[in-house]
Design a binder for this molecule. Structure first.
Ligand SMILES: Nc1ncnc2c1ncn2[C@@H]1O[C@H](COP(=O)(O)OP(=O)(O)O)[C@@H](O)[C@H]1O
Ligand SMILES: CC(=O)OP(=O)(O)O
Ligand SMILES: [Mg+2]
Length: 394
């Protein structure tokens, strides 16, 4: 296997772990349905370099950390003696100070830790494997790559809240997330669709966490998430944009302290809260309960509204791109969002995939499989001066 780069991508409901030799993936693990978002328990899917399954099934893990320890034990048992040349991590919040990938040091760990309150669903899960690996393999260099970094190209007006100026100076502004995914998708569009790569494009990253990014020439112009990964469209368990007056009102209720409010907004709202059933789109699409259908309709409606808003930010629209777990796999969700976007000139062929638009559609519509792990591995090699490896064949 040589000395691959290992990548850990902890999302809110999954951990993705890969080993990459150059651009070639030689091992992949998806630890799925983590936390309490799903009606079903945690499970793992491990694949070799050819994509053949090595393990598939339930795992004894209640949370991200247990799942990773299970994986590292599995790897040690399967061990072929291969030791990664370096490890790259997705870190969701970089704040004002961390705007490019960095080699992990004690000081960087402290900076990442200080941002936990701004990304409570992610930052602890991003930090735990960094600490675990630093203790276990102190000689392997680690690189932290930030979800917020891609949005550093946005204008000052886009990044601002209408608060007194001193709040912005204290870092209270829109950051945006899912940047590693958007960066990968932008690079991929340059390979497959020049109109989408060079034009005015909205990328819908619809996973358990979900956001939309308006891009011009592959650079971020605006995005729906802002100071935290709560803002914007509704998600698996997060409410998305909400009138701050609701929060002020809730805070007057007995027992509604900051921790309880945080739990409500991050973990009990969104698709889970609306359906009363599950935050997992697979469960909702499989259910015949009216609340499940209402939750899915609400999700699609809010996304279609944001597509209108981001089209205004771009001054028009050339392409619409779907990515991440729901965007790549939930055809009924894509179809409904496109139906609600007909007024923009969106027309799709329900049987087409991954290029969805019909010949007479004014807008290109396509599905691009995101690959945050490949993006992170590229950043690791660049940051540490390792050879990039040959480009992946198209
Ligand atoms: N085949 C599928 N059909 C519908 N939804 C799916 C499918 N596969 C995954 N999803 C949804 O994708 C979401 C997880 O997205 P993903 O991007 O993998 O997660 P994370 O945000 O944790 O990185 C879940 O809501 C899941 O239900
Ligand atoms: C930032 C974010 O919400 O990430 P994820 O979709 O992986 O939960
Ligand atoms: Mg994700």
């Amino acid at each position: 296997m040589g000395n691959p780069v290992a990548v850990v991508n902890a999302g809110s409901s999954t951990v993705k772990f890969s080993l990459l030799n150059g651009e070639r993936r030689v091992f992949d693990a998806l630890l799925d349905r983590l936390g309490s978002t799903s009606a079903n328990g945690a499970c793992a899917s491990l694949r070799d370099a050819q994509g053949a399954p090595l393990f598939q099934g339930p795992i004894p893990a209640d949370n991200h950390e247990d799942a990773l320890i299970w994986l590292f034990d599995w790897l040690a048992r399967a061990g072929d003696g291969c030791k990664p040349a370096a490890v790259g991590h997705r870190v969701v919040h970089g704040g004002d100070g961390l705007t490019r990938p960095v080699k992990v040091t004690g000081e960087i760990i402290e900076k990442i830790e200080a941002l936990i309150p701004l990304a409570p669903l992610h930052q602890p899960h991003n930090l735990a494997p960094i600490r675990l690996l630093a203790a276990k393999f102190p000689d392997i260099p680690q690189v932290a790559c930030f979800d917020t970094a891609f949005h550093a190209s946005q204008s000052a007006v886009e990044r601002r809240f209408a608060l007194p100026r001193e709040y912005e100076a204290a870092g209270i502004r829109r950051y945006g997330f899912h940047g590693l995914s958007y960066e990968y998708v932008a690079a991929r569009l340059a390979e497959i669709d020049p109109c989408a790569a060079d034009g005015r494009t909205i990328v819908c990253h619809l996973g358990n966490g979900a956001s939309l990014c308006a891009m011009k020439n592959g650079r971020s112009v605006a995005t729906t998430m802002s100071f935290t990964a709560l803002d914007g469209i509704p998600m698996g368990t997060r409410c998305g944009a909400i009138d701050p007056g609701v929060l002020l009102h809730l805070m007057t209720r007995p027992g509604m302290d900051a921790a309880t409010l945080s739990d409500l907004l991050y973990k009990r709202s969104g698709l889970l809260g609306l359906s009363g059933l599950s935050g997992d789109m697979r469960d909702l699409l499989a259910s015949d309960r009216p609340e499940a259908a209402e939750a899915v309709e609400y999700f699609c409606y809010r996304i279609a509204r944001e597509i209108g808003s981001l089209t205004a930010a771009l001054g028009g629209l050339d392409a619409l791109v779907f990515t991440a777990g729901i965007g790549e796999h939930a055809a009924p969700v894509r179809a409904r969002i496109c139906e609600l976007s007909t007024w923009l000139g969106v027309a799709i062929d329900p049987a087409a995939y991954p290029i969805l638009h019909t010949p007479d559609s004014r807008i290109h519509v396509l599905v691009v499989s995101t690959d945050e792990e490949t993006m992170i591995a590229r950043h690791v090699r660049r940051t540490l001066g390792l050879p990039q490896g040959s480009p992946r064949s198209l």
